[in-house]
Ligand binder design. Structure first.
Ligand SMILES: NC(=O)c1ccc[n+]([C@@H]2O[C@H](COP(=O)([O-])OP(=O)(O)OC[C@H]3O[C@@H](n4cnc5c(N)ncnc54)[C@H](OP(=O)(O)O)[C@@H]3O)[C@@H](O)[C@H]2O)c1
Length: 248
């Protein structure tokens, strides 16, 4: 098992728990996918390893839904999001796919998002990067299918993770464990999948039943409400902090 992420301490923790639980040798590479010249380091770390399954999971979203021009430090935000969400998928595939093609065997799971199925206003850049991942995966699947390689585009709706800050999992917002168990049962059966039955129903409703323009309109409205709530809570927190500094 090779884990690649940015924080060595977290990587060590996960590596240790995987080794304890599954008795599998686990190595790590600590790199920041927000930077584009890391792929030499990753290539060196992969030398001599036969990668059977590549999971392109790394991703970043917005801290809260926001109008494009009002995103803080927009220039840096764009570069980081494109490097993490798009460049990582293309470059990791470039590094791993050649040996899979030689062996005529391998699986690549690209984690897109349901927000890549249609434009999502106020999360526009995120939604667009995920649409890229979906297109890239489906195109590549057709290129390499005959060589026995599976490339799957995975498009989850909400999952209760650090990214979504959902603390209480529900049927439609499952734990990562529940989502992944369901998702893995679709590998080899579906090239493009929402990965989990309740998400598949939501995917069907929002693409087949409701016109795309209505989904975009509703998504924009939902995100505007979330933005307002987030900014209100932020203002209250700042006022409270200001008051406590005054009282001190
Ligand atoms: N959760 C959802 O509802 C949902 C829905 C649809 C799609 N997705 C997609 O699923 C994937 C996993 O998301 P998640 O919800 O598990 O998110 P998450 O909890 O935020 O995990 C993302 C992982 O990526 C790492 N990471 C972030 N930026 C990085 C960088 N610049 N360099 C290296 N590593 C970096 C994070 O490391 P740190 O721990 O150091 O931050 C973390 O391990 C993403 O591609 C996301 O877009 C998620």
């Amino acid at each position: 098992m090779m884990l690649i992420s940015r924080n060595q301490e977290k990587l060590d923790d996960v590596a240790r728990s995987l080794e304890d639980q599954y008795k599998v040798e686990t190595r790590t590479i600590a790199v920041d996918f927000g930077i584009s010249d890391i792929y030499g380091t990753i290539e060196e770390g992969l030398v001599g390893l036969e990668i059977g399954v590549l999971v392109n999971n790394v991703g970043v979203s917005y801290p809260y839904p926001e109008y494009y021009l009002q995103i803080a430090e927009l220039d840096k935000f764009i570069t980081n999001m494109i490097n993490v969400n798009i460049t990582s998928v293309c470059q990791m595939t470039r590094l791993v796919l050649p040996r899979m093609a030689e062996r005529s065997k391998g699986v690549v799971l690209n984690i897109s998002s349901a927000s890549g199925m249609y434009p999502l206003p106020l999360l526009t850049l995120y939604s667009s990067t995920k649409a890229f991942v979906d297109f890239f995966s489906r195109g590549l699947q057709e290129e390499y299918r005959r060589q026995g390689i599976i490339i799957q585009s995975v498009l989850p709706f909400f999952v209760a993770t650090k990214m979504t800050r959902i603390r209480k999992p529900t049927l439609d917002k499952p734990t990562p464990e529940r989502y992944v168990a369901a998702e893995l049962s679709t590998v080899g059966l579906q090239g493009q999948t929402n990965g989990y039955f309740p998400h598949a129903v939501m995917g069907w409703l929002t693409t087949k039943l409701v016109p795309c323009n209505v989904v975009i309109l509703y998504g924009g409205r939902m995100n505007r409400l979330q933005r307002t709530g987030y900014l209100k809570r932020k203002k209250l927190r700042e006022q409270r902090n200001g008051n406590s500094v005054k009282n001190d």
